[in-house]
Design a protein around this ligand. Structure first.
Ligand code: AMP
Ligand code: GLY
Length: 424
């Protein structure tokens, strides 16, 4: 079959790499893709948010299925537009994409279906006085979130009441995040270890993919500003079978059941961000896509044919599928441009080493004739397998050192917290 994958980051390179290995895949198109995805299929310069143009491409090239990588096209209704025209899509329609696109929706959903999550209240424009009164009484720290999509920047953990009050005022007035902030969620601060759980559902049945841990801060020891993710590890040693059963029972089942009860026909990924306190999983957030860089460790560990998994998803047959996983550990280390997540330079010429058994997933690169140039904050994800975290991360770090571009930066402590936990 012919596939069209939407997106252009490291997540999409990892998905393209896996899809292209399937004997079920005839032609793989990636829109717009990057120099990494170009090694797995054909990049096409389509604007993913121009749904009519995407549909025309689907008809002209006999595309049998569209796989949507990022959230924005889904929140804006790509799966509705294509679905209504008979095109099978991996990714939910607008109603399901609200799980990520509206935190006030997802909090109310979790409350309704008894899914463990932080205590909260939600306020909209015109409710500033009520929101400030709620904040003033809230124990510290207090978490203030823009309800809408804010490119991963819409969450503030406020240590003082005045900081929280200011955040709420700036968001509700539209100053901080535009329309995304005109509704806010104010919630209890949860303490613990974060883990990402990935579910693929056909709307009634589901499979759970390998779990992963992401490293969000720019600095070693989890310090400094939040980024899109500086590295990831899969599996997460503390997420053993008993823990995953608890997640399935208290989170995954009520989520899939809740979507069905709401009449939301959801076909695609659900990425559940959990905070684990003791061994109790609390949901921090839902995303309606795979994580980046988690995909760069989860997908290499997946033994199933991904095209077959996607066919089962759109045909409502996931109940008949079992996920098979590589038992080895996979670690990815993200190479970023100096200055990221603040301002940084692009267009730096890059030299890549021989991957030596590792996988070099392009995140932000472009080609200029034969030259490879950096083209983003996050530039390259280096994923390696090992018998344990230490082995896998050493291999990625060895290659990270050999990649050349001006201003290159990466964290050398990916996975070290998990290694310490295992030794306790
Ligand atoms: P979200 O986009 O809601 O996942 O929030 C982004 C990040 O903020 C999460 O990955 C957590 O690190 C942090 N965070 C969000 N909500 C909370 C909370 N209630 N308590 C503690 N940390 C949180
Ligand atoms: N790595 C976190 C995310 O994709 O949102």
């Amino acid at each position: 079959m012919n596939l069209l994958l939407i997106g252009s980051g490291g997540r999409e390179h990892a998905l393209a790499w896996k899809l292209s290995q399937s004997p079920r895949c005839d032609t793989l198109f990636i829109a717009p893709g990057n120099p990494g995805t170009a090694q797995c299929g054909t990049n096409v310069s389509l604007d993913p948010l121009d749904f009519p143009a995407v549909h025309r491409f689907v008809l002209e090239h006999q595309v049998d299925m569209v796989v949507v990588g990022p959230e924005q096209p889904l929140v804006e209704g790509m799966a509705d537009y294509l679905g209504e025209r008979g095109v099978p899509v991996i990714g939910p329609r607008k109603a399901g994409a609200l799980l990520e696109g509206s935190k006030s929706f997802s909090k109310a959903f979790m409350e309704k279906y008894g899914i463990p999550s932080a205590r909260y209240a939600s306020f909209s424009e015109g409710q500033l006085a009520e929101a400030l009164a709620y904040v003033a009484e809230h124990p510290l720290p207090v978490v203030v979130k823009a309800s809408g999509l804010a490119a991963g920047k819409g969450v503030l953990i406020c240590e003082t009441h005045s900081e929280a009050a200011e955040a709420v005022s700036e968001m509700l007035s539209g100053k901080a995040f535009g329309d995304a902030g005109r509704t806010v969620v104010i919630e209890q601060f949860l303490k613990g270890i974060e883990i990402s759980v990935f579910v693929l559902t056909d709307g009634k049945d589901y499979v759970i993919l390998p779990s992963a841990k992401d490293y969000k801060r720019i600095g070693e020891g989890d310090t400094g500003l939040n980024t899109g993710g500086m590295g990831a590890v899969s599996p997460v040693p503390f997420a053993d079978a008993a823990f995953m059963q608890r997640v399935e029972k208290t989170v995954v089942q009520p989520t899939v059941h809740g979507l069905m009860s709401e009449g939301i026909h959801y076909q695609g990924f659900i990425f559940i961000g959990l905070m684990v306190e003791g061994d109790i999983p609390w949901v921090l957030e839902y995303n309606v896509r795979m994580g980046d860089p988690e995909t760069e460790v989860v997908i290499p560990r997946l033994k199933n044919d991904l095209v077959e998994l996607f066919e089962a998803t759109v045909n409502g047959q996931l109940g008949e599928v079992a996920v098979e996983t590589d038992p080895r550990t996979c670690v990815t280390v993200m190479l970023v441009s100096g200055g990221y997540p603040g301002s940084y330079a692009k267009g730096k010429e890059m030299q890549l080493p021989d991957p030596a058994g590792s996988m070099l997933f392009h995140a932000g690169t472009r080609k200029d004739a034969e030259r490879l140039l950096s083209d983003g904050g996050r530039v390259l994800a280096i994923s390696s397998f090992g018998e344990n975290i230490g082995e896998a991360v050493s291999q990625s770090l060895e290659l990270a050192e050999k990649v050349q571009f001006e201003g290159k930066y990466y964290r050398k402590d990916i996975g070290q917290d998990l290694i310490r936990l295992q030794q306790m």
